[in-house]
Design a protein around this ligand. Sequence first.
Ligand code: ADP
Ligand code: TZP
Ligand code: MG
Length: 268
Amino acid sequence: MEKNDVFETLQKVREVSPLVHNITNVVVTNFTANGLLALGASPVMAYASEEVADMARIASALVLNIGTLNAQNVYSMVIAGKAANEQGVPVIFDPVGAGATPYRTDTAHKIMSEVKVSVVRGNAAEIANVIGEKWEIKGVDAGAGNGNTVELAIKAARETGSVIAITGKEDIVSDGETTYVVSGGHPILTKVTGTGCLLTSVIGAFAGVEKDVLRAAVAALAYYGVAAEKAAKKTAEAGPGSFQIEFLNQLALVTEEDITANVSIKKI
Ligand SMILES: Nc1ncnc2c1ncn2[C@@H]1O[C@H](COP(=O)(O)OP(=O)(O)O)[C@@H](O)[C@H]1O
Ligand SMILES: Cc1ncsc1CCOP(=O)(O)O
Ligand SMILES: [Mg+2]
């Protein structure tokens, strides 16, 4: 996986404009749709159990996000996930807040057991709790924890059979055999809600055009980090509000040169 693979995959997303079906949370819905549009993908949010199977079947990727879960949406997520699986549509899962309440943890386990998930993207606490390990979580935010995120990603990938993306200061992606560290991004990302959720949907867009989901996830994380760095630089004198808007701009503006100059991907 090289820097030019990142740009190549980004170009494919921009050319194909994959339809990304999101069943996500009420906090991030608008931001996610706008972020996917800025990337060049085509977002749709569809939640009704009567239509999710039909929508998932025609999508290039399905993104499931339990941020503001309830019984109805979880029911829809499983129906959509199974339809996507039948059709070979990649399913990307964001276990928002897994570990914060037993309902979230149990739901994450239910989705992982009933749906074949291609990629799970979460912070370290969420990924740890998905595989039954302890890691402090405060609502939807990861606590410091004292585990090793590389080991956690490898273990979680082996146990679940999914590609695992753990995000934070450094992002780790593993399929249990091959593991990458993607550096970049900016701490101000943690001051804007939904940047993790949007990233999960961006991974969906990349997986919608690239069959190798490990490669798709690494490319998505690298691209996202570069856009964040550019936005942070441009709004350095301002705060999270200006950053949020500029980040959407930069998601549309990342160039091959930006990627060559700023991406850091290490295979470990
Ligand atoms: N300290 C940090 N420095 C740079 N980037 C960060 C930092 N913390 C998080 N990020 C980035 O913020 C984005 C969202 O990740 P994260 O905050 O882990 O997700 P979540 O919001 O789901 O907890 C990712 O692109 C990640 O790389
Ligand atoms: C604040 C909040 N509460 C429930 S979902 C949500 C959004 C979480 O988004 P992210 O994990 O991307 O910060
Ligand atoms: Mg999150």
